[in-house]
Design a protein. Sequence first.
Length: 184
Amino acid sequence: MKSTNNYINNKELAEQVKWWILNNYKDNHEWLERHNKRTKKDDFYNYRKQMVEERTERIKNMTDEERKKFYAEVEYKENKLFRDIYKVIDGRLQSYKLYATKPIEDIEDVRQFAAIQTFKYLNRWDFRKGTSCFAYLTEVITQAFNLWLKEEKDSEFCRVLLDDFEGNIGHERYYGNKNENEND
């Protein structure tokens, strides 16, 4: 029998993300104008701007007790959403076969990088269009993996084995054979 512990229901995920987008009081939407300049999606921009104004007004009109409950609810649902997003990230990690080719420290690095990128771009999903939230998240995660792998590959050229330094700190490569501490 197949385990369902890592199963993510697209409909439930979409509902979670939509609720989070609508209620995430921490998102000040400073990204929205830059996003609109790049995408030219005025409808998305206007809707989200109105949504932010309504949410801000709603929170402002809450009593202290209501606000405290609201913040606790957002945090609770946010934690569940992010646990589910980590399940998607882990699934993509397995499909990339990184567990077989990378040390565990690198796996954790790429996992965290993908999570940061996902959380950064999660609010750009337009739930009004009826597109798959799971497909959107998978694409963001895949792009994060590709970016991380490219940056890791690009940084390989500057790595010098410690043995190449033969007991010195490497200054000879830059300053010649003369030791920095020696006088002329």
